[in-house]
Design a protein around this ligand. Structure first.
Ligand code: SF4
Ligand code: SF4
Length: 327
């Protein structure tokens, strides 16, 4: 079983790109410690708790020799939020429109590992993760040749753009590795200029506490008033720094049914979302990545987006401000 065989099988299973990185002392790995020390992770305590394991995949799997990284296009045929200026329209991050990528891609990665076990003459150890594992996946993606880490901190593939779900298999096999991707941002600074909260504090450095994705998904409690105008109609995440990226202007679209927008989120109007009961919102979020914000978080965001001034929404904003909970 060669690296080429694995990549071919990955394509058969629905991954758009696959590369292999060495499990070694990669130069970008130590940056995580600095980033955490600066407080840029905000309330994401799990990143601090898992920092030692995240420092190197060999802390997760001591026998690791390589990391197989997959990229899956989730871009679909729908306008970018920067093009959709309809008043009252709720903006939801593109990656969350369809089915939960953790589940969909987790199954595909498990299928790839199962195939490898049959195809490999040698026994091996492997751990598969999609996003939630203690792995600095963008670093390994770069060293697997999937794409470079842009100034907006996303992995950008020159053909596919940055609308990519990443997945990885940490593996004990000494597979042939790929050349790392090289930086093609050049002198461009469009993402830094487009970020309304100035969350990209330096090229490739994100202060998550200022990022709308963090504020609307990860943060519990109220969204600070200073950020409410910038959050605007963004009720779940923010795509602006990817939408303005030149590498995404002709990005391919996926016809995978898993990533197509659910009807409830398509052209969703803020007043309609606001009128939905918690039961209805919970049903709409079931099986999607949006579960992370929980119903209370989504309702807080809808309140911030549609209200500021609307009395009942303002009350709700205050009410959910004490912490995440369901009605
Ligand atoms: S996701 Fe939005 S808020 Fe966060 S860095 Fe990008 S443009 Fe800024
Ligand atoms: S917008 Fe420009 S600087 Fe930002 S990630 Fe894309 S190419 Fe790089």
């Amino acid at each position: 079983m060669t690296s080429s065989d694995i990549k071919s099988k990955a394509r058969d299973l629905g991954f758009d790109v696959c590369g292999i990185a060495p499990a070694g002392d990669l130069p970008e790995l130590p940056f995580l410690g600095d980033w955490l020390a600066r407080g840029y992770a905000g309330e994401m305590a799990y990143l601090h708790r898992s920092a030692d394991r995240r420092a190197d995949v060999r802390h997760v799997l001591p026998s690791a020799r390589t990391v197989i990284v997959t990229g899956t296009v989730y871009n679909t045929d729908a306008p970018y939020s920067t093009e959709d200026t309809e008043p009252g329209r709720a903006q939801i991050s593109r990656y969350a429109w369809g089915d939960d990528y953790h589940d969909v891609l987790g199954r595909r990665l498990e299928a790839l590992v199962a195939w490898m076990r049959e195809a490999s003459p040698d026994a091996f150890e492997a751990r598969a993760y999609v996003d939630t594992g203690p792995v600095q996946e963008r670093v390994y993606a770069r060293h697997a040749g999937i794409g470079w880490i842009g100034k907006n901190t996303c992995v950008i593939n020159p053909e596919l753009g940055s609308w990519l779900f990443l997945g990885e298999i940490i593996c004990s096999l000494p597979l042939e590795v790929d050349a790392p991707a090289f930086d093609q941002c050049g002198t461009c600074t469009l993402c830094l200029e487009a970020c309304s909260t100035h969350a990209i504090v330096a090229p490739g450095v994100l202060d998550a506490t200022r990022c709308i994705s963090y504020l609307t998904i990860e943060r519990r409690g109220p969204i600070p008033d200073e950020f409410a105008p910038a959050v605007g109609s963004r009720v779940y995440g923010c795509d602006v720094c990817q939408e303005v990226c030149p590498w995404n202007q002709t990005a391919p679209r996926s016809d995978d049914s898993a990533w197509q927008a659910r009807p409830v989120w398509k052209n969703a109007e803020l007043p309609v979302l606001w009128q939905m009961s918690d039961q209805e919102l919970g049903d709409a979020m079931r099986g999607s990545a949006m579960r992370r914000a929980k119903v209370a978080g989504l309702r807080r965001n809808i309140a911030v987006a549609s209200a500021c001034g609307h009395a009942s929404a303002e009350r709700e904003h205050q009410r959910v401000g004490v912490g995440p909970h369901e009605k």
